[in-house]
Design a protein around this ligand. Structure first.
Ligand code: C5P
Length: 224
């Protein structure tokens, strides 16, 4: 059968990447975490003290950034490289999460990332998750999913994930960060977080990982 494009958008910490990885594995597709691109750009901007009030400085900075996804030969998971450096782990830090939405709202940053994403998806056979994948990056994708979940569940899941790496982190910090990112991501001028009109909603508040995968596979079957 022909390869398609699957987009998964939604609020922060809704389990988008979990479902995207499951689907990609099942279908033998490429999984691309578009949020990792915005996080890696943010890391570069922080490290190099880029003044985001200066359009010229932003453009200059983006010229010096090369992003690449490589599959780890042991875990078989794709990892992001910023100028040849594996930054997959470091970009998950709260320091990055505190800044990323502001940087992802910049016009130059968005067009840089969207172009790169479209290039990666040109041969289809891809599952990409993010905020604007079904609306802006691949508006003609064959299957679009929009994920939602209750905030309490989202905060708890993210907390468990982050606590493993940093036992000093608090539930309140996580909650504040998720709320802030959701607010900025859904209120920005360019490609705000929206459900595409043809996207199907999955609320996974009460779904197990297995159930959500089965639901998504059911959607694929229905397409045929
Ligand atoms: O998916 P993740 O939570 O890692 O994304 C981090 C941030 O990157 C989001 O909060 C959002 O500001 C930005 N992002 C975006 N568009 C995407 C993916 C992520 O603006 N397609």
């Amino acid at each position: 059968t022909d390869k398609i494009i699957i987009t998964i958008d939604g609020w922060s910490s809704c389990g988008k990447s979990t479902l995207a990885k499951q689907l990609a594995k099942k279908l033998g597709y490429l999984y691309i975490d578009s949020g990792a691109m915005y996080r890696a750009i943010t890391l570069y901007f922080l490290r190099n003290n880029i003044d985001i009030a200066d359009e010229h400085k932003i453009k200059q900075a983006l010229k010096n950034i090369t992003l690449e996804f490589r599959v780890n030969e042991y875990s078989h998971q794709s990892e992001i490289f910023l100028n040849e450096e594996n930054v997959e782990y470091i970009i998950r830090d709260l320091i990055i999460a505190e800044k990323v939405s502001e940087i992802a709202a910049l016009k130059e940053v968005r067009s840089f990332a969207v172009k790169a994403q479209q290039k990666i998806g040109k041969n289809k056979g891809i599952v990409m998750d993010g905020r604007d994948i079904g609306t802006t990056v691949f508006p003609h994708a064959e299957l679009k999913i929009f994920m939602v979940a209750d905030e309490t569940v989202r905060v708890e899941r993210r907390f468990t994930e982050m606590f493993d790496k940093n036992p000093n982190i608090t539930l309140d910090e996580i909650k504040a960060n998720i709320e802030m990112r959701d607010y900025i991501d859904s209120h920005r001028e360019i490609s705000p977080l929206r459900k595409a009109s043809d996207a199907i909603v999955i609320d996974n508040t009460h779904l197990t990982e297995k159930e959500q995968l089965e639901f998504a596979l059911g959607l694929l079957k229905k397409r045929k």
